[in-house]
Design a protein around this ligand. Structure first.
Ligand SMILES: Cc1cc2nc3c(=O)[nH]c(=O)nc-3n(C[C@H](O)[C@H](O)[C@H](O)COP(=O)(O)OP(=O)(O)OC[C@H]3O[C@@H](n4cnc5c(N)ncnc54)[C@H](O)[C@@H]3O)c2cc1C
Ligand code: FES
Ligand code: FES
Length: 471
């Protein structure tokens, strides 16, 4: 009760929230920086956008060890329970630097040094996870890290040199599996301090019981969305149920007819899986946040936010996905019917998303996704789309689904355009007509990302692009 334990600085550390200055709303970054000996982890943006606070999180699930780079500023402190963290201070000493640190010096990849610990930890995690990572994989691993003074070429040169390291022991030596194993990961954690309550259940049954008993409690999974309410909007969240330690809602199961994705599955894991199995999803996830965000954020958290510019919903529409909801009973709904309005869903207060089911598709279905954003990485969509098309042997459209994000208060299908295209020949003339209908179908808003006129043109152009790519 009131305590969490985790491995840090080669020891099991325990925080007793009753005694500690931290609250369950504190972030992992606040904890790390409160320690005089671990100030190397920096605070830049405090919202997951710069990578300065990157640390390595080591998790053990189903007897598998995983090293992940994460942004410590977007993680609630209690969520670290049962895990190990490595910061830049763990890697090397002034007399004996870690090879990645030495390469940064040799390649002149650091000037003021503010961003450097974040870059090094991101690269360390990538190599620890995959020792034969290529230069491009290493560069992708730091796509969420910003540097304002060195210039990126020396950092890219470092990635090239780091790709040549082959000794896994240079990474595994930091793992303290013996200590991770000693931490209890089966009894629900309950922290009650001042106005705050924070629960960490380890089973779905327990989570549902807690949700039913604590009607005001807010669920969190990766917390990449929820934590910003505290850190940016300065709104404390009094009751939280952290479902990120529930194994039953994590992982991907492939059956004969479908892919069943646990709601708590990390987006990075879905991205890696989708590269071979679900190309339209992989295309979308390649530009989802950056690796540190994908390493924590979950699919369940993404669709539960019902954000009109969330990346999953348009592509899940295109895959005709289903959502399994657990509560007193279990129900399965079409993704089409899950969101009811601006950030509103059909979820009842005692329910949570358990799985997302993507039915296997036939080879004649053409499924594609598109994301338009101001920059490639670490940017949310201005307009996004997921399309599903079947053309018969006479080149007529026999089935069509056109879903758009960023064009309305929620992900929406362009029903009038779909109706126009259905049973018509899939040719340029009809696409031009369809794109004119599409221009009138939505009334998007203007905001910092785009004017409403530009949004409409982008949607229209995506349809034309889709035709060009598939005709
Ligand atoms: C720097 C940065 C970049 C980002 N980039 C993108 C991007 O490119 N594209 C994009 O779409 N989003 C992006 N996001 C938003 C966010 O990362 C995603 O929406 C993410 O998928 C949320 O998942 P989470 O597990 O972190 O959710 P959390 O923050 O834990 O929760 C979000 C909401 O979902 C609810 N919830 C969580 N899990 C469940 C469940 N199983 N059942 C019911 N409710 C649940 C919570 O109660 C909460 O209301 C970004 C965020 C940051 C900080
Ligand atoms: S401080 Fe910028 S990502 Fe955490
Ligand atoms: S070295 Fe100064 S910000 Fe990167």
């Amino acid at each position: 009760m009131n305590k969490i334990s985790f491995v840090f600085r080669n020891k099991i550390q325990t925080i007793d929230f009753k005694e500690s200055k931290f609250t369950p709303n504190s972030t992992l970054l606040e904890y790390i920086r409160s320690n005089q000996k671990t100030k190397g982890t920096k605070e830049g943006c405090n919202e997951g956008d710069c990578g300065a606070c990157t640390v390595v999180l080591i998790e053990k699930n189903d007897n598998q060890i995983k090293f992940r780079a994460i942004n410590s500023c977007v993680m609630f402190l209690p969520s670290i329970h049962g895990k190990q963290i490595l910061t830049i201070e763990d890697l090397g000493t002034l007399n004996k630097l870690h090879p990645i640190q030495q390469i940064f010096i040799d390649e002149h990849a650091s000037q003021c040094g503010f961003c450097t610990p974040g870059f090094i930890m991101a690269l360390f995690a990538q190599k620890a996870d995959k020792i034969n990572s290529s230069k491009s994989e290493l560069v992708e691993a730091v796509s969420g890290n910003l540097c304002r003074c060195t210039g990126y070429q020396p950092i890219v040169n470092s990635a090239q040199e780091i790709s040549k390291i082959t000794d896994l022991q240079l990474f595994n030596t930091f793992l303290r599996e013996d200590l991770i194993d000693k931490i209890n990961k089966s009894d629900t954690i309950f922290i009650n301090k001042d106005i705050f309550k924070f629960f960490i259940p380890f089973s779905l049954k327990e989570a549902l019981k807690l949700k039913a008993e604590n009607k005001n409690a807010i669920l969190t999974s990766g917390s990449t969305d929820l934590v910003l309410k505290v850190t940016k909007r300065k709104e404390p969240i009094e009751e939280i149920i952290d479902i990120s330690s529930i194994q039953e809602i994590q992982g991907i199961l492939e059956t004969k007819d479908e892919f069943i994705i646990g709601a708590g599955t990390k987006i990075e894991d879905i991205y890696q899986f989708s590269k071979e199995n679900l190309p339209a999803l992989s295309n979308m996830l390649a530009y989802f946040g950056a690796k540190q965000i994908r390493n924590r954020a979950t699919i369940g958290g993404n669709i539960a936010t019902a954000s009109p510019i969330g990346d999953f919903l348009p592509v899940l529409f295109a895959y005709k996905a289903k959502i399994v909801i657990s509560g007193k009973n279990e129900r399965t709904v079409d993704v089409n019917n899950f969101v009811t309005g601006y950030r509103q869903t059909i979820l009842n207060p005692d329910e949570l998303i358990k799985n997302i089911i993507i039915p296997k598709f036939s080879p004649n279905q053409i499924i594609k996704s598109y994301k338009i954003s101001k920059r490639l990485n670490l940017d949310i969509s201005t307009v996004s789309a997921g399309f599903n098309l079947i053309v018969d042997k006479n080149n007529n459209v026999s089935d069509i689904l056109l879903a758009f994000g960023g064009m309305a208060e929620m992900t929406k299908r362009a029903k009038k355009t779909e109706n126009f295209m259905l049973n018509k020949e899939f040719n340029e003339e009809n696409i031009v007509m369809a794109s004119k209908i599409l221009l009138t179908e939505f009334t998007p808003i203007s905001d910092a990302r785009s004017s409403k006129e530009a949004r409409s043109i982008m949607a229209k152009n995506l349809l034309i692009k889709f035709y060009q790519e598939t005709k």
